[in-house]
Design a protein around this ligand. Sequence first.
Ligand SMILES: [Zn+2]
Ligand SMILES: [Zn+2]
Length: 454
Amino acid sequence: MPVTVSYDSDGKLSLSGLQCDCPCEHHQLDMDIYVGRGLIGRVPELIRRRGLGDHCVLVADDNTYRVAGADVEKALVKNGFSVSPCVIHRQGDMLPDDGACGEVLLSITRDTQFLIAVGSGSVTDTTRINAERTGLKFVSVGTAPSMDGYISAVAPLLHRGVKIQRPAKCPDIVICDLDVLATAPMEMIASGVGDVLGKYIAKADWQIGNIINGEPYCPVCAGLTANAVNALVEHVDEIAAKTEKGMRILIEALLLAGVTIGIIDNTRAVASIEHNIAQYWEMILVQQGVRPPMHGASVGVATLLVWPLYERFAREDLTALDLESIKARRMSREARERWMVRAFGEEGGRLIMRENPGDFLSWEEQERRIHAAQTHMEQIREVIAQLPPLATVERVMRTLNADMTPQQENIPQDLLCLSMWCGKDYRTRYTLLKTIDECGLLPAYLQAYPCDFA
Ligand SMILES: [Zn+2]
Ligand SMILES: [Zn+2]
């Protein structure tokens, strides 16, 4: 049965057809999701329905407080809630760093019963980690359809300048007012679209992980995100015009990505190599004190960068591989350690290696994977053939005036080259770039991205 999305008269989203007998453990989602017009004034009522209590800390930054936070606060106070505002003031962009997380923590008192984040990525993640650590209930009011992290059990954060991911709390209630979303600047909307377009690659990599390593694959979750990204591609003009329908399609795609994270308790359906590359840019630029491009905008550009590698691999003849030569060219464990430290820094590189101990393969395992790729090449080709033509994705991004190249995003050439080589090493999660590397083909595929170490 295909998954269907519907809304009741309150704008509450429900899903049917989630029954699945895949090997992934499925979790029941216990969360109220509202999408509709005029919802800001109804926030108090929607919170009362779930009985989260009366005392809250409202988290926003200067911008999101102005756009919606002040109105949410007013509505809550009028309806008898006690609200402690935690508006995080910054000169430039607010980041989900130690300082911001600390400000939220210190705004929480023993009376606090729930946290309410009014904002997009940074505000929501900063609040989410605090909800996780304090065990408080958590409401997310979205202000921009700019990223897919509203419903997420993971918070990307900046800890001592290093980008980290931490398990964090999924909101109990998510409220997305379409009128508020439509006020978001086009740059943020394009970023949301970029984030969704990356799902094509995420799905392909998940299927390839299933083929090569027998990784558990959930067709329901993959189907949810695939339908959402296809709808987005089809209705890009509505999105560009910020119509009610366009905003709904975009936020739905972003929320459903999160729903899959809730169902299988990981981000497999929504993030793969394109996210690794984008996150790498962000991490290094932040370390250098440079303002990184928006998350989804980078994901969109990284998606365009890796796409041709997939198309090329589909034309590859793996029967011609010379295993002895691949074995001879393998990186030793010591060389790999040096490479990880070079790519991710002393602290970051060692942390990634600690958290992904299986990432240095024995030759036996590498050989097994090569044979698996050779044996199942036809299946891998079918997976890649499901991708739409690259021109379709490019057209979508052009319609929204999105960044198309790393140069437009001011990614320095050396950072770009390094990211193309090390994106696959960010975590164990299997991606076609790992297949290409394990088959000894990476230098040929990344010729346009010279890197002195590789
Ligand atoms: Zn994302
Ligand atoms: Zn499943």
